[in-house]
Ligand binder design. Structure first.
Ligand code: MD3
Ligand code: FE
Length: 206
């Protein structure tokens, strides 16, 4: 019996599954999504360009532009629906949610984030989704990044977690509303992804 994938509690509702995901297994499907819906640096409502490059797969995708944030069934770059969520990605998210004790999970959106050295994500809450009772599953691949989490308030003490290749975090219950972000990615090298970190976040958006 292996205890390797036992979930580690980080905060109430927040579980770390170390090494739960395999880059080699997921990379072809990520590449195929990107071939259909290229990575792009979205604009914020305030006119800033995000340092993280993004795309989506699933029934809806998260997008941001000068009009604000929203989920859309259409990729604004192509005018076409987002690529279908590959079965391997969906299965991983379902297995992770179940392993963390959240039961049946049917994500309809997967945001793919690409971090190059210097890319970061400021403290924010994810609140464009309709049903906060559903967890978010986050998959980290490639270069390690320092993730930080606050509470339901944007101020206060943060807790940091280094997210390594293959690490999965499940955020449910009260953790679903926690502010969180990612520190500036350091220049380093991973044998498969080079200088790059990938993060997949699965959501029940609709
Ligand atoms: C906690 N992504 O895409 S994943 C995001 O590593 C995002 O790319 C970061 O925050 C990344 O929105 C962090 C962890 C994560 C994702 C969503 C959450 C943590 C969360 C939603 C609610 C609470
Ligand atoms: Fe987030």
């Amino acid at each position: 019996m292996s205890l390797f994938n036992d979930p580690v509690p980080i905060k109430p509702g927040m579980w770390l599954l170390p090494g739960f995901a395999s880059l080699q297994q997921l990379k072809p499907d990520i590449d195929s999504v990107i071939a259909q819906a290229p990575l792009r640096h979205m604009q914020t409502q305030r006119g800033f360009t995000m340092s993280v490059a993004m795309t989506n797969c699933g029934q809806v995708g998260w997008t941001s532009d000068r009009r604000g944030y929203r989920y859309s069934p259409i990729d604004p770059l192509s005018g076409e629906p987002w690529p279908v969520m590959p079965a391997s990605l969906k299965k991983l998210a379902k297995d992770a949610a179940e392993t963390a004790g959240f039961g049946l999970y049917e994500p309809d959106a997967c945001l793919i984030n690409q971090y190059k050295p210097g890319a970061q994500m400021g403290a924010h809450q994810d609140r464009n989704e309709r049903d906060f009772s559903q967890p978010i599953v986050s998959v980290s691949l490639g270069v390690t990044a320092r993730f930080f989490v606050l509470s339901e308030q944007k101020q206060g003490t943060s807790k940091s977690v280094d997210l390594n290749d293959g690490d999965v975090i499940v955020f449910g219950g009260q953790a679903r509303r926690y502010y969180h972000g990612v520190r500036k990615l350091k220049a380093s090298s991973h044998p498969i992804t080079g200088d790059t970190r990938w993060n997949l976040t699965f959501r029940v958006a609709q």
